[in-house]
Write a protein that binds this ligand. Structure first.
Ligand SMILES: Cc1cc2nc3c(=O)[nH]c(=O)nc-3n(C[C@H](O)[C@H](O)[C@H](O)COP(=O)(O)O)c2cc1C
Length: 185
């Protein structure tokens, strides 16, 4: 395998693709599309989001210390794309996309009803990293569409119609290959 040495850039793939919701002190909700995020800890359960300080959502989450992660399916791709190219400073993205705000259980920020999975989060730390700030949030409630659950109450990912972000392209996932640990005897 012959490899070309390139200058450093954050090429990690595939990236998740989510819609993060927040609400300002006047009750105006907003949605931002994010791909630079990840699971950060299991106990307490935490996630980390990389958000540029110039984003309208950055200031709202920084002040209110709350946000929700809404995981879309492939039918929601037009809304994902729109929320990633329009700023809430100039638009009402719930009205523009037709997405439905739904009250959360533990936080003021609304959930997106059409997304099959929603994670309610409280901001615990902000780490400035240069171009982006890393928002670390504790997951305080999780909502999963009943239709995604199998008979054991676990998520059946075959039904999730998940989407991922590679480079600047939206991808669906292919077939399930194996279950983790399949090489163990
Ligand atoms: C697929 C996709 C992924 C994105 N991921 C991020 C990200 O991880 N962090 C970020 O700061 N902006 C990201 N953006 C850009 C913001 O979503 C975009 O600037 C948005 O309009 C900001 O909304 P706001 O100003 O209402 O907060 C992404 C955009 C797209 C289309």
């Amino acid at each position: 395998m012959s490899k070309r040495l390139q200058k450093p850039f954050p090429v990690l793939y595939p990236a998740p693709l989510v819609l993060v919701t927040c609400v300002d002190e006047q009750g105006k909700p907003n949605i931002i599309t994010l791909a630079w995020l990840g699971t950060a800890a299991a106990k307490p359960p935490q996630v980390a989001l990389a958000i540029r300080p110039s984003r309208y959502s950055h200031a709202i989450i920084g002040r209110t210390k709350e946000f929700a992660i809404n995981i879309p399916n492939k039918d929601l791709l037009p809304a994902v794309d729109q929320c990633g190219h329009v700023s809430g400073a100039r638009a009402d993205k719930f009205a523009q996309t037709g997405l439905t705000p739904k009250p959360a259980a533990q936080i003021r920020a609304p959930l997106i009803a059409e997304c099959p999975v929603n994670l309610e989060c409280r901001l615990s730390q902000t780490v400035p990293l240069g171009s982006h700030d890393l928002f670390i949030g504790e997951i305080v409630a999780v909502h999963v569409d009943e239709e995604l659950l199998d008979e054991h109450g676990s998520i059946d990912y075959g039904k999730a119609q998940a989407v991922a972000y590679l480079g600047n392209e939206y991808w669906s996932l292919g077939e399930r290959l194996k279950t983790s640990g399949f090489t163990l005897k």
